[in-house]
Design a protein around this ligand. Structure first.
Ligand code: FA5
Length: 340
């Protein structure tokens, strides 16, 4: 019993003397490890004469518990001290202002596409996404341009190495995809997206540019519907007092075909540098869907009719924002892009 008492005293004194966590753990191994002094003392219960065994066992257990409690209290204190120290040493100054994030913005083409989309949404048009890689059949033939048709000269094309597969030159092949998907139901959609043409790059022409195609098909759709839709669009896009001029034109996939001009927003029709002194700016090509195209889409041209149009959002953005060079759109120059 006296061994136990001196063991407890010694262990407590040594525990008080430990200065860090490593020393604490070493103390724990010395007293509570497999060969630790407390472990051995407990194991000795069997060797104690039976008369003293009970008292010895009780005392040994009390000491074990007292030392374990003291150890755990000291360990917790030690951990708390360490945490306080590291909080003091690695203090974060939460009053420092954060680093400002550079705010992105939408590309002027995207902004224009969204404006166009929302105007046509108000007119009841849905957006239909169509592929940029097309075949010759859909980009040309089904739009009433068989091979060797002279109208193909209007659209110089990027061909892929797979014969007959090309980058679409306009969004019009999308008309075929919508018609074949919707037939025989009526249609009112716009088809926005990239087009590609093998052309000389100038201040007005790029080799890749967006178009927004429009297509409305149903019974009794007339040129009046077409002109009303286009005029409503032009006024929402460019101003309520805009005048629209319809000229006759030619596209193989519309009959009759028209070209739409709007009075120059810069000079209100008086004539200036922007409109080349004519007072008018061209905004899109359009027309009544050609019977052959309706047939290729699955519709009966004797019972339904429709109109289609195609415009260039970059050209529209140029007018709206006063941009004088279309090459700026894909030049990735932040000085240009930050202005919108
Ligand atoms: C067409 O592409 C016809 N598919 C439009 C159409 C659709 C007519 C439906 C009738 C019915 P066009 O080649 O004119 O037509 O192009 C239409 C618009 O695309 C032009 O008014 C112009 O705004 C834009 N565009 C054409 N080529 C370029 C180019 N190289 N760079 C930038 N914009 C272009």
């Amino acid at each position: 019993m006296s061994d136990l008492a001196s063991l407890e005293q010694r262990a407590l004194t040594e525990l008080q003397a430990t200065a860090d966590e490593a020393a604490l753990r070493a103390w724990n191994t010395k007293y509570f490890g497999k060969q630790g002094e407390v472990t051995l003392a407990l194991r000795k219960v069997g060797e104690v004469p039976p008369a003293e065994r009970k008292a010895y066992g009780q005392e040994a257990n009390r000491i074990k518990e007292a030392l374990t409690n003291a150890y755990e209290a000291k360990l917790a204190g030690q951990k708390e001290r360490q945490l306080k120290q590291s909080l003091a040493a690695e203090a974060i100054d939460v009053t420092l202002p954060g680093r400002p994030l550079i705010r992105g913005r939408l590309h002027p083409s995207t902004q224009t596409l969204r404006t166009i989309g929302s105007i046509f949404a108000d007119l009841g048009f849905q957006i239909y996404r169509s592929r940029e890689v097309e075949d010759d059949l859909t980009n040309f033939e089904l739009l009433n341009m068989p091979p060797h048709h002279p109208a193909r000269d209007m659209w110089d094309t990027f061909h892929t190495t797979t014969p007959g597969v090309l980058l679409r030159t306009h969004t019009s092949p999308g008309q075929i995809h919508v018609m074949r998907e919707y037939c025989p139901r009526p249609i009112r959609v716009i088809l926005p997206g990239m087009c590609y043409r093998y052309e000389a790059i100038t201040v007005r022409s790029e080799i890749m540019f967006n178009q927004v195609e429009g297509l409305a098909i149903g019974t009794n759709v007339t040129m009046a519907d077409q002109n009303g839709t286009i005029t409503a669009f032009a006024r929402r896009m460019f101003g309520e007092d805009r005048q629209v001029r319809i000229r006759s034109s030619y596209f193989p996939f519309t009959e009759p075909s028209i070209e739409v001009d709007m009075d120059c927003s810069n000079c209100a029709g008086k004539g200036c540098g922007l409109c080349k002194r004519s007072g008018w700016l061209e905004i899109m090509g359009a027309g009544m869907v050609h019977p052959t195209v309706l047939k290729n889409g699955g519709y009966d041209p004797y019972t339904v009719s429709g109109f289609a149009f195609g415009m260039g959002p970059e050209r529209i953005a140029m007018r709206k924002f006063g941009i004088d060079d279309i090459r700026q759109f894909w030049a990735n120059d932040l000085r240009f892009l930050r202005q919108f």
